[in-house]
Design a protein around this ligand. Sequence first.
Ligand SMILES: *Cc1c(COP(=O)(O)O)cnc(C)c1O
Length: 220
Amino acid sequence: MDIKENLKNIKDSLPQDVTLVAVSKTKPIALLQEVYDAGQRVFGENKVQEMSKKYEEMPKDIAWHMIGHLQRNKVKYIAPYVSLIHAVANLKLAQEIDKQAKKNDRIIDCLLQVKIAQEETKFGWDKNELAKMLPEILALKNIKIIGLMGMASFTADEAQVKNEFQTLKKLFDNFKTYTDANFTVLSMGMSGDYPLAIACGSTMVRVGSAIFGQRNYQNQ
Ligand SMILES: *Cc1c(COP(=O)(O)O)cnc(C)c1O
C-alpha cells in the first residue's frame, strides 16, 4: 500500500474547489508525516486526546479538524488550536465552544451536523429543529458557522445514500439564503462514498481508509 500514491490519486480526482480532509485517526505520526510531506495540510481526527498529541508532534502549519462527536468537557483542550469543528450537534455544545473560543481570544469555525442517515446511532440535528435553532446559534459571537456536515447511511443502497446527500445539499442551499456569505462549506463524503457526495454538491470530503488503509482498532 503506497500512501503517497493513494493521496495523489484522490487529489487528482477531486474538483479544484473541494477540500480534502485526510482522516488520520488511529494512525501513527510516521504515516501522517508521510502524507504531510506529500503536501497535505488538512487532517481530521475524532478523539480529543489523540488530536492534541498529534498537534504537539506535527508541524504547526497543519489545519486540524475535529470531525467526531465532541464532548462539552473536552472542548477546552482543542480550543487553542482547532481549525474547524465538524460535528456541532446541539446548542449546549455550540455555547461551550463559543465560551472556550472567547477565553482563547479566538473565533472558531464550526459546521452544524445534520442527521441524514436512517441509523439510530448517528448524531446530528433534526433538520426542522435546526431551522428553529439557527438564529440562536448564529448569534454566538465567538463561533462562526461556515456550513453543514452530514454522514450518509452505511449501506450498499446507492439510491438511499444519494437521497441523503441531496437532502443535506438542499438544506445547505436553503440556509445559505438567510445567513451571510460565511456559509460556504458542505462537509459530506468518506472513503466509500465521496465521489457520489461530490456529485451531490459536497465541498469538503473526509477521507481516511482510502488514503491510510484500513484502521486496526485492536492496536489502540
Ligand atoms: C472515520 C471518519 C471518516 C473517514 O472514514 P473512512 O471511511 O475511513 O474514509 C469520515 N468522517 C468521520 C466523521 C469519521 O469518523
